[in-house]
Design a protein around this ligand. Structure first.
Ligand code: IPD
Ligand code: CA
Length: 268
């Protein structure tokens, strides 16, 4: 695993250099008017698809910009976001990361998140702790009153925004402050290193959270959807906290608000 990890870190850092050195970036949208994809997303995903699948012959590849393969119980699969924080990237805001996970069945066994702007590389393998640039990291022990909470308001489906605002309002009056950076993978890593303390998004895709979920758990943190474990095959609600007590607190609020918006058809 160590040898594989070193190769994956080197590929994530190479992809980060591609991100920051690209001069001729074209910007397009997919699905909705505010869901961007750039030529660099496509280029990095193609690069990582080729390199990662050749590290483990027979492994499958699930990336944000490509077709989703059929995942079976006996396969190993990569879950990759070539650029998490594409809107930031398209607008010249220096906050985007490369996210690479390796999964088996429903478990992420390896996660690497690289931020080329801050030169931070987070990594974790199952059972071996979490690291930032080679040094061990741990979540904070802050109580909810002192918590910094990462949030978003359902950019691509604004019907769910009122629910997110209600959760935000309830948290704002209890916790210290709220943050929205625009890259869920990096925001989860900030939680893993103890800078922030809770995170909630009503819907994220596996490539947004797979790698960072392993890093958070190895750093001593907690992850959950609104129904149970994070789903690696389907988008789901994502709740992440530093402590179990804060998980109970945040999940109770999220589930309570989901119940208040039955027309959205969300599971809890
Ligand atoms: C997005 C970012 C953002 C989150 C969105 C994601 P992308 O991923 O993680 O922080 O709020 O829900 O879709 O599109 O930049 O890869
Ligand atoms: Ca993403």
């Amino acid at each position: 695993m160590q040898e594989l990890l070193e190769k994956v870190i080197a590929l994530a850092e190479e992809a980060g250099r591609m991100m920051t050195s690209e001069n001729d970036v074209t910007i397009d949208t997919k699905g909705t008017k505010d869901n961007y994809v750039t030529s660099t997303d496509i280029k990095i995903e193609k690069f990582l698809r080729e390199k990662l699948t050749s590290l483990i012959p027979g492994s499958l590849f699930m990336g944000e910009e490509g077709d989703i393969p059929e995942i079976t119980d006996d396969c190993q699969y990569w879950i990759v976001d070539p650029i998490d924080g594409t809107t930031n990237y398209a607008r010249g805001i220096p906050a985007s990361v490369v996210s690479i996970a390796l999964a088996e069945k429903d478990t992420v066994v390896l996660g690497v998140v690289h931020n080329p702007y801050t030169r931070e590389t987070f990594h974790a393998t199952i059972g071996n702790g979490a690291f930032l640039n080679g040094k061990p990291i741990h979540v904070s022990s802050r109580k909810k009153q002192n918590a910094l909470v990462s949030l978003a308001w359902s950019t691509y489906d604004k019907k769910k925004a009122p629910l997110c605002f209600s959760v935000s309002q309830r948290l704002y009056y209890v916790c210290e402050d709220l943050r929205r950076i625009g890259t869920a993978a990096y925001e989860m890593c900030l939680l893993a290193k103890g800078s922030s303390d809770m995170l909630f998004e009503i819907r994220l895709s596996p490539w947004d959270y797979a790698a960072a979920s392993r890093i958070v758990k190895e750093a001593g943190g907690f992850t959950s959807s609104s129904v149970g474990d994070l789903d690696l095959k389907e988008p789901c609600t994502v709740i992440v906290t530093n402590t179990e007590t804060n998980m109970d607190f945040l999940k109770t609020i999220v589930v309570d608000e989901i119940r208040r918006y039955p027309n959205l058809g969300l599971k809890y």
